[in-house]
Design a protein around this ligand. Sequence first.
Ligand code: PGA
Length: 259
Amino acid sequence: MFAPILIVGNWKMHGRIADVAQIDAMARGIAQRPRADVMMAVAPPATLIAHARPSAGEVVLGAQNCHAAASGAHTGDLSAGMLKEVGARFVIVGHSERRADHGETDALVSHKATAARSEGLGVIVCVGESQRERDAGQAEEVCARQVRGSLPTGALDPDFVAVAYEPLWAIGSGRTPSADEIASAHAAVRDACQTVGLSGDAVRVLYGGSVKPANAAQILATPGVDGALVGGASLTADDLLAIRAAAPDRQPIQSSPPA
Ligand code: PGA
């Protein structure tokens, strides 16, 4: 399901029914400038997925979390199957805000990702180091460990399993790593993917943390960057479409070998 480049909006706990109009506007913007090499996706609050679905067009809808179980006595939780039924085609798992707010461990993130995959949903697994870990020179090691522990189990298909590198200190802060720092973290993520059986060449590794229209072209042109996971700047169609437009051209993936 994943195109070569993924531009993914994470609305976090923002958005009411009226804000679905932004997703409609994104769909119209994409229809005006179609690109086979870019998938644009939005993970609004789960309450909005069904509302957004009728007019989402080419905007792929997803969820920000799911439970690891298919059903059961888990008050307040939603299963991957429930999210799929209302229109989610992927789930973001292991976002640092969930790891921090809800104590999610790598093992739990892996269980959630596995549950999403068993429903046929794509997963975007988030990893990233804290400021303290970066200062201690541990950024690559932390990301690699999180990748090894957080990916789903079973067959790993890069068309359905992507990783988002999101340094905690860059999220919502207006600060971004240098191109070298991003490139080296992404290389570490790819190596770690390879060690657990997810093709390091094929896996889409997104960068997330203070991506906005003004820095998108530079970030998306950084070696090893296959897209962006965007928080604040994904809330309006204008900003997310501008980030999409900043993505350099890539060859669309052939669905069957050329004759
Ligand atoms: P931000 O959030 O773009 O607002 O920094 C990114 C994220 O947390 O996914």
